[in-house]
Design a protein around this ligand. Structure first.
Ligand code: 5GP
Ligand code: ZN
Length: 140
């Protein structure tokens, strides 16, 4: 599998850097985030080095994500949280600081300190249809 010697998550995968591992198989590893947004904040990563999710072959993505439900179940059970955000950042503008694909599993509770700015908009007539068609045509 592809590895990058300058990548901090590849170093965790190789054992060069320690991590609090919670789930592992042939294709993916999950471990606790070192600076958690909430207790139990975990990261799920593929064993291959991919920078962003769109770089991943479908098979590698599927093999990693098959472990997501079990991981979320375990984090929910142990932290007794009321909800969970699964977040995945791609690119610096999207707050990706580590250049190896990772899914954040973040326990959520009423009145916790984690806030989103979620500036929901709307489409003028026809724009959503055109955009959806353009995206459909670009799926490869
Ligand atoms: P990003 O902003 O790239 O989506 O999130 C990267 C996450 O990786 C951050 O939440 C950060 O705390 C976590 N992180 C960075 N370096 C390490 C590390 O060496 N060990 C662990 N366990 N987590 C890390
Ligand atoms: Zn890596």
């Amino acid at each position: 599998m592809k590895s990058d010697e300058s990548c901090i998550f590849c170093k965790i995968l190789s054992g060069a850097i320690p991590a609090q591992k919670v789930m592992e198989d042939e294709f993916s590893l999950a471990f606790l985030d070192i600076n958690p947004l909430a207790k139990g904040h975990a990261l799920l990563i593929p064993k291959g080095h991919f920078v962003t999710v769109d770089e991943m072959p479908a098979q590698a993505a599927g093999e990693m994500l098959k472990n997501l439900p079990a991981l979320v179940r375990a984090v929910k059970k142990v932290t007794a949280c009321q909800g969970v955000n699964v977040l995945q950042n791609n690119g610096r503008v999207a707050h990706q600081l580590v250049q190896h694909v990772h899914f954040h599993i973040i326990p959520r509770n009423e009145n916790d300190d984690f806030r989103f700015n979620w500036p929901a908009g709307s489409y003028p007539p026809g724009e959503a249809e055109a955009l959806a068609q353009a995206i459909r045509k670009s799926i490869v």
